[in-house]
Design a binder for this molecule. Structure first.
Ligand code: IMP
Ligand code: MG
Length: 333
C-alpha cells in the first residue's frame, strides 16, 4: 500500500476511526501519523469489546506493532495526550513532534466565551481556534517546552518518510471534514485550518509525490454539528425515527442530519483527489446488511446505493462499514 491518507469527505464524524483502525491492522502498517487540527476531534474505536474515545492518540493504536505519531501541524493538549497514552498503553511506541503547538487554559477559556466562536460558529470549545491564532502570531508554546512530554519527542517527518524509504506502510490519519475546512467550508462556519488531504500530508511532513492512495470516508447519511448550511436537513424527531440521531463524542451535542449528498461527495472527491471511498454505516440505511463481510451478500437496495455513489462520484467504494465492530466491514480492494 505505501502511503495512504484517510480524510473525511463530509462535515466530520463519518466514522473515520473505524476505517483507520481496520486499515492499520489489515495493511500491516508500520507507522500511523495523526494529522488534523487537534483535540477538537473525537474518534470512537472499539477494541476487544472496549470503546476508546480518542481525541489525540491515533486510532491506528489497535495495531500493537505500529508506531503512533502526532505530526507538527497538529495542536496538542498535553494533559489529554498523557491521559490517552496511558489508557491505550502505547508508551513505548508513541512520538510527538517537538513543533506541535500547545493548547493552554487561556485558549480553552477564550474558545468557550468569545461570542462569535461560541454562538455563531459554535465551536467545540477545546481551544484549537485561539491556539492556532497564537501560533500564527508566533507566540504559541511548543511541545519541546513541556518537560512532561520530553520522553516522547520525535522527528515525525523523518520517521514517517524513513518508513516509506524502507518499503513499509504509512497511514496518515486526517481529522475533521472537507466541508469544515477553513478554506473549503462555508466560512465562518468552519474549523481553524485546512483539513483536506494535502493539508494532512503537510501536517506530518510527507510530500504529495509519496502518497499512494487517498481514502475518502463518507457516511451513508450526512451529519454536522455547529452552525452553517446543511442541504436537505431533517428534524431531530425525524432523525430519531430513521436511526440517524447521533451525539458528539467531544461535546455531547445532538448532530444535525440530512440524506447522503452526491454534490458534496463529488466536490470532496475533487478537492482531496480521492482514489477510493470508505462508506460507513450502510447497516443504518439497510438493516439487512448488518455485519455482512462479502459484497455479494448485500441486499439489492444496498448494492444499488453503492453503485449509484460510484457512478455519481466516479470513484470506487472499496471499503464498506456494516456495523460498529472493526471486523464488520467489506474490503473490495
Ligand atoms: P472548532 O474546530 O472547535 O473551532 O469548531 C469549528 C466547527 O467545526 C464547529 O462547527 C465544530 O462543531 C466543527 N468541528 C470541529 N472538529 C470537528 C470534528 O472532529 N467533527 C465534527 N465537527 C467538528
Ligand atoms: Mg468525531
Amino acid at each position: 500500500m505505501g502511503c495512504t491518507v484517510v480524510v473525511d469527505g463530509f462535515y466530520g464524524d463519518t466514522g473515520k476511526g473505524k476505517i483507520i483502525s481496520y486499515l492499520a491492522v489489515a495493511d500491516d502498517v508500520a507507522v500511523v501519523a495523526r494529522a488534523g487540527v487537534g483535540p477538537n476531534a473525537g474518534h470512537t474505536v472499539v477494541k476487544d469489546g472496549r470503546a476508546y474515545k480518542l481525541r489525540m492518540v491515533p486510532c491506528g493504536f489497535v495495531n500493537p506493532k505500529a508506531l503512533m505519531l502526532i505530526g507538527p501541524g497538529v495542536l496538542i493538549n498535553p494533559e489529554l495526550v498523557l491521559k490517552e497514552v496511558a489508557e491505550t498503553g502505547i508508551e513505548k511506541r508513541f512520538g510527538i513532534d517537538p513543533q506541535c503547538a500547545v493548547i493552554e487554559p487561556k485558549h480553552i477559556q477564550l474558545d468557550q466565551t468569545d461570542a462569535n466562536l461560541k454562538n455563531t460558529v459554535k465551536t467545540t470549545g477545546t481551544g484549537t481556534g485561539p491556539c492556532n491564532a497564537d501560533r500564527v502570531m508566533r507566540v504559541a508554546k511548543m511541545a519541546r517546552e513541556i518537560p512532561e512530554l520530553k520522553k516522547y519527542l520525535a522527528d515525525v517527518p523523518a520517521i514517517a518518510n524513513k518508513a516509506l524509504d524502507d518499503g513499509r506502510n504509512l497511514l496518515i490519519e486526517g481529522t475533521q471534514g472537507t466541508f469544515i475546512s477553513l478554506y473549503y467550508g462555508q466560512y465562518p462556519y468552519v474549523t481553524s485550518k485546512d483539513v483536506c488531504a494535502a493539508a494532512a500530508c503537510s501536517d506530518v511532513g510527507v510530500g504529495p509525490t509519496r502518497v499512494t492512495d487517498v481514502v475518502m470516508v463518507l457516511k451513508s447519511y450526512v451529519t454536522r454539528v455547529g452552525g452553517g448550511e446543511l442541504d436537505g436537513e431533517i428534524s431531530h424527531e425525524e432523525a430519531k425515527k430513521r436511526g440517524w440521531d447521533e451525539y458528539g463524542t467531544v461535546t455531547g451535542r445532538q448532530r444535525r442530519a440530512a440524506p447522503f449528498d452526491y454534490n458534496l461527495a463529488r466536490r470532496a472527491k475533487m478537492i482531496n483527489g480521492a482514489t477510493m471511498i470508505g462508506l460507513t454505516k450502510l447497516d443504518v440505511l439497510f438493516p439487512d446488511c448488518k455485519g455482512v463481510k462479502e459484497y455479494a451478500e448485500l441486499g439489492a437496495d444496498a448494492k444499488k446505493f453503492v453503485r449509484k455513489i460510484e457512478d455519481e462520484v466516479k470513484t470506487p467504494v472499496s471499503l464498506i462499514g456494516t456495523g460498529p465492530g472493526v471486523d464488520e466491514l467489506i474490503d473490495r480492494r
